[in-house]
Design a protein around this ligand. Structure first.
Ligand code: FAD
Length: 406
């Protein structure tokens, strides 16, 4: 792994990617945002357009994931979510499932299933990552979905109910976290890939949401889902060795769901930065035009200072996100929970900045005539999913105190 040293100046290649994604976000995504928010449906035509230009593709995700500074995917996500977060998540939701597969899968499993998650530009497919359950949200150790090994056939049989799954039930490939040994909590869990058309997997209720409404969120029911041994990510030998170590009292870093969240936190933070920036820019432009009391509202310090704080906080969130992404890419360990720090700051910044944007637009900001109320609804999910703000503080609190904070 080459070490590039952290530098907040983007390379020419990354700038090119940023500008290319920005153009797509400006001309295709932003204009479609309001419509798909109202429709609350997966924006298949927009995903197809993204696939046609190569933005929704395994190639693009893989290339940017491995970009040496770690910032390729990060700047792409900021631009896309600057366009619209609901559509953005519909385009990158597959990336979470792909990250889950890559975190635990063998190269053979990646070679087989990653292309199936994306499909082709003519036949676009999606991936879904299913960890959360009705009684296991923040408390991932309480996952009840069971995976039982059938010695006779070498198959695994999965039973349980997953909830809140982005693309759940409409994805071609689902990655499911299940408990193999419930007594071991998160350490007794493993991830499985559920291939297209597997009997027993079905969609439960689809949720109607506050924001990111173009992104599909649903329950996934697993009723006697029978999977060949090859669907256990990482393989049985590795799982058996790990469980044996844990049972003997040894530590094992392999906590299936947690591994996925660690690698994806900076990219989730980048989405929040994109929403926050969109709201700041919209409010700034409005404040330059709107007049009350015979002057631009932006000429009042009350408004200009608010815009100053908004711009500053967006930059803080972006810099923390870039640092964490660079650290992850260059093999630095998150000793102070820097991944959680960036997700916490970016999520809370997005909520705060989008709320201030509504304030700056006044009554107009409260209506659907302007996108800032949608930005605000969309931003809120970033203090909830991929670990709530409280859970990020728990992780950071433990890291900085070295105490078993609860
Ligand atoms: C739109 C959307 C998309 C999602 N996509 C996916 C997906 O693709 N795949 C997936 O697996 N999951 C997904 N999720 C699930 C998401 O990760 C969970 O909602 C999240 O982890 C919180 O879990 P919960 O909703 O059960 O809340 P709970 O865990 O019940 O938390 C409720 C409240 O209690 C607080 N709390 C809980 N424990 C503690 C504690 N120890 N200390 C302090 N406070 C605490 C929380 O911070 C929160 O404020 C999605 C959720 C949503 C809403």
């Amino acid at each position: 792994m080459s070490d590039t040293g952290f530098c907040p100046e983007l390379s020419g290649d990354v700038r090119e990617v940023r500008d290319w994604v920005h153009e797509f976000a400006r001309t295709v995504v932003r204009p479609a945002g309001a419509e798909w928010d109202e429709r609350e449906e997966t924006p298949w035509p927009v995903i197809q357009e993204a696939a046609k230009i190569g933005l929704y593709s395994l190639d693009f995700f893989a290339q940017q994931w491995f970009e040496p500074s770690g910032l390729g995917l990060i700047v792409a996500f900021e631009e896309l979510f600057w366009g619209d977060a609901g559509i953005g998540l519909s385009i990158v939701g597959t990336g979470l499932a792909a990250a889950a597969l890559s975190a635990s899968g063998t190269s053979e499993q990646m070679g087989t299933w990653l292309p199936e998650m994306f499909g082709t530009p003519d036949d676009v497919k999606l991936g879904a990552f299913c960890a959360s359950e009705p009684d296991a949200g923040s408390d991932v150790g309480s996952i009840r979905t069971r995976a039982v090994y059938d010695e006779a056939s070498g198959d695994w049989i999965l039973n349980g109910v997953k909830t809140w799954a982005t693309n759940g039930g409409i994805a071609n490939v689902h990655v499911v976290v299940a408990s193999v040994d419930p007594a071991l909590g998160t350490r007794g869990q493993a991830s499985f890939v559920v291939p297209p058309g597997t009997p027993g997997l079905s969609m439960g209720q689809k949720f109607k949401k506050h924001g990111i409404r173009a992104s599909h969120t649903a329950e996934v029911v697993l009723d006697n889902v029978r999977l060949p041994g090859s669907c256990l990510l990482g393989g049985k030998e590795k799982l058996d060795a790990r469980l044996a170590r844990v049972r003997e009292g040894g530590r094992s870093g392999e906590q299936a769901a947690m591994r996925t969240f660690e690698t994806t936190r900076p990219s989730v933070a980048a989405m929040a930065v994109g929403i926050a920036r969109a709201a700041f820019e919209y409010a700034r432009d409005y404040a330059r035009e709107r007049e009350q009391f015979g002057r631009k509202i932006g000429e009042n310090q009350a408004i200009a200072f608010l815009l100053a704080d908004m711009a500053t906080r967006v930059d803080i969130a972006r810099l923390m996100t870039w640092r964490a992404a660079w650290m992850a890419r260059n093999g630095r360990s998150f000793d102070q929970a820097e991944g959680s720090m960036c997700k916490l700051v970016a999520g809370e910044t997005a909520v705060w900045v989008t709320e201030q944007a509504i304030q700056i637009l006044g009554g107009a900001g409260y209506t659907r005539e302007h996108p800032v109320e949608r930005f605000h609804r969309d931003a809120k999910i970033y203090t909830i999913f991929e670990g709530t703000s409280e859970i990020q503080r728990l992780i950071i609190g433990r890291a900085v105190t070295g105490l078993p904070v609860r």
